[in-house]
Design a protein around this ligand. Sequence first.
Ligand code: COA
Length: 169
Amino acid sequence: MTRRRPAAIQIDLARPTDLPTLAHLMAESPLLRRYGTTASAARRALVRGWRSGDHLLVARAAGAPPVGLAWVIGSRILTGAAYLRLLLVAEGRRRGGLGARLLAAAEAVSRKTANHLFLLVTTDNAGARRFYERRGYRHVGDHAAFARPGLDEALYQKSLRPYGRRRPV
Ligand SMILES: CC(C)(COP(=O)(O)OP(=O)(O)OC[C@H]1O[C@@H](n2cnc3c(N)ncnc32)[C@H](O)[C@@H]1OP(=O)(O)O)[C@@H](O)C(=O)NCCC(=O)NCCS
């Protein structure tokens, strides 16, 4: 019997037809459920992001639905900061390097226009905090009950360009 190799996963930009799958991925996440995320609210948020020109990077096998998302919002605030709104990999696909690849793609797309990448992580999300810290993110402070009552956020930042090569804002 020949064993099929798992299809290679690529990182590319989401298409409008991916938004319902991404909304379900978000609604199934225990992390996002703590923030009251439902599939319909996630879908509305994704459509708003899509229309606003946010970068929605997805991980998928060719022709297959996405199994991961990195959602980046551009801005000119804080001396040129992009914001990683969400990094999410489907539960059955974790610990295989997809999160790291999506984060690297989010940094690459941000570096084109921004000098820094900022993100928030729930303070008790120890695994994700370690994940970001190992990849050069600096914990710059906490926001108690910032997005949702009872949930505290840790703010992280990574500079994407050295001082001499910063983009004007
Ligand atoms: C964080 C997340 C995106 C990582 O995706 P992934 O595909 O598992 O990431 P990788 O396989 O590239 O790397 C796994 C790394 O994360 C660490 N990690 C991530 N979540 C972890 C957890 N819950 N517990 C322990 N370790 C965790 C692993 O130890 C490993 O660390 P290392 O490579 O630095 O040794 C994924 O766990 C996820 O979707 N979590 C839920 C959403 C979330 O917390 N997002 C971040 C806040 S927006």
